[in-house]
Design a protein around this ligand. Structure first.
Ligand code: XMP
Length: 510
């Protein structure tokens, strides 16, 4: 793998993703990992990520110069660039020339920046600067605030840049990363969906042998792809369980029951549990309470279904659609605040009697989608927007009941239909529709007064749901959605647009 050393800022995941977009497998490792341990992973290259703004900042993580006793290619970015310069005998100084945000890069040849336009907009955030490159390194770029903004040594296969090539604001950043990987480090781009499928299915076969496997399907992309992958590996040894908790959107249960089974031939057990969930949720308004109840009921229902399957065929393994960001984030363990108890439906209690199969635990969402397509899953399923495990229960603000869910489902379907008709499904990350069930407002319709409920449209754009911005959907589309919802859903007489980014808002309202 290419190892991305995480110096504590948010950039490591982004870098790892960009490396994989260049079709090279990458993994994130903490900066505290000893060099020997990194080398034991036999890295094809090491990328040192951004971090604090200066190597002189108090508490700035140290870079073990022993790294450079090895012949592995190294690319330093931002903080990683300064740390690398310092470790190799260059000079980093307080120049006073702080640069934050966009600046112009003047490139002067070299491999990394070869043939790129002069005066390239790049994204910077640094206080101190490298003033003298280490011996053997050619300086290939400067900016107004950094005389040494990029350097490289093709012989030792090391290079670095003061700016952030991984962010979209840096033009040609991906090109630079590719040049490091292919031209400086000499790595072949072989990380492709079909290779991943071959590797994963072989690994799953080896793990499972002739034992039986069970998988919970949520209707979402991750569990669908994980199950399809396991099915490809072990065929009929897999049984899937789909719990219909009555909190799904219009058409979702059918999509799983028909389209998915048709595409994959997977054996599916559907459990109708709407009554049970709605009874348990009766009168509950508090969002965390809703989540806890749904999580608890889900596990009970799933366990019961698993026991039934197990009675027929003894099950040893459970498939989980855990993704790489979940793995990285739970490994981070730096006391992040519990904003919401994300209950990943498909989740499981600690004492479940199965061993886990997690075929997606090295993958990012976009890679999972690419696998789904390669595995022949329906496009609507592969490109489904993320949907929270607790479903529509957390999009009815107030207590949940059947009627309220039906109202929300009708409005949600209209919003989804119109977004698709406008061809904008892939332009938004998610498009929650939220029913403010306890709020009423006065309206007029025909020649009568109405006293109905508002729905909130919450279209957002995001790369990973950690941050998001409200989507600037065309006004005509919003108008059409609003007209249709107020005409077709009698309980709703007002449609409003949520124009809050995340932070400070979250994507969902609860
Ligand atoms: P928030 O609302 O925290 O949501 O900005 C971030 C992403 O997570 C989804 N979400 C959930 N997913 N169980 C899930 O499986 C949950 O309890 C849950 N709550 C929020 C949300 O739809 C968005 O994609």
């Amino acid at each position: 793998p290419v190892l991305v050393v995480d110096f504590g800022a948010q950039y490591a995941q982004l870098i790892a993703r960009r490396v994989r977009e260049a079709r090279v497998y990458s993994e994130i490792v903490p900066h505290s990992m000893p060099v020997a341990e990194m080398m034991a992973k036999d890295p094809a290259a090491i990328i040192l990520s951004g971090g604090p703004s200066s190597v002189y900042e108090p508490g700035a993580p140290a870079l073990d110069a022993g790294l450079f006793d090895n012949e592995v290619p190294v690319f330093g970015i931002c903080y990683g660039f300064q740390a690398m310069a310092q470790a190799l005998g260059g000079t980093v100084a307080h120049t006073g020339g702080r640069e934050y945000g966009r600046t112009l890069l003047a490139a002067q040849g070299g491999t990394l920046l070869r043939d790129l336009p002069a005066d390239l907009p790049v994204w910077m955030s640094h206080g101190d600067s490298v003033t003298i490159a280490p011996v053997g390194f050619a300086v290939t770029a400067s900016t107004p605030g950094a005389s040494v903004a990029a350097f490289e040594d093709p012989v030792s296969r090391r290079a670095g840049v003061q700016f952030h090539p991984e962010v979209a604001h840096t033009e040609h950043g991906q090109e630079m990363l590719r040049r490091f990987l292919y031209d400086i480090a000499g790595i072949e781009p072989t990380w492709t969906p079909s290779n991943i499928i071959d590797e994963q299915t072989a690994a799953i076969r080896a793990q499972v042998g002739d034992k039986q496997v069970i998988c919970g399907l949520s209707g979402g992309v991750d569990s669908a792809v994980a199950a399809a992958l396991v099915h490809k590996a072990v065929g009929d040894q897999l049984t899937c369980v789909f719990v219909d908790h009555g909190l799904l959107r219009s058409g979702e249960a059918e999509q799983v029951e028909k389209d998915y089974v048709a595409a994959t031939g997977i054996r599916l057990k559907v459990v109708e549990a709407a009554d049970r969930f709605l009874d348990a949720l009766d009168g509950v308004q508090d969002p965390e309470q809703k989540r806890k109840i749904i999580g608890r009921e889900f596990i009970r229902v799933f366990e019961a279904a698993a026991r039934e399957v197990d009675a027929e065929r003894h099950v040893e393994f459970l498939v989980q659609g855990t993704l790489y960001p979940d793995v990285v984030e739970s490994g981070g363990g730096t006391g992040t605040a519990n904003i919401k108890s994300h209950h990943n439906v498909g989740g499981l209690p600690d004492d479940l009697q199965f061993s886990l199969i997690e075929p997606l635990r090295t993958l990012f969402k976009d890679e999972v989608r690419a696998l789904g397509t390669e595995l022949g899953l329906p496009e609507e399923m592969v490109h489904r927007h993320p949907f929270p495990g607790p479903g529509l229960a957390i999009r009815v603000i107030g207590a949940v009941d059947r009627h309220r869910l039906d109202v929300l489902r009708a409005a949600d379907l209209i919003a989804r239909e119109e977004l698709s008709a406008a061809g904008l499904d892939r332009d938004v990350w998610q498009f929650p529709v939220v029913l403010l069930a306890d709020v009423r407002s006065v309206g007029v319709q025909g020649d009568g007064r109405t006293y109905g409920h508002p729905v909130v449209l919450r279209p957002v754009s995001s790369e990973d749901a950690m941050t998001a911005d409200w989507s600037r959907l065309p006004f005509d589309l919003l108008a059409k959605i609003s007209t249709r919802i107020t005409n077709e859903v009698p309980e709703i007489n007002r449609v409003v647009l949520d124009v809050t980014s995340k932070p400070p808002g979250t994507i969902e309202w609860e």
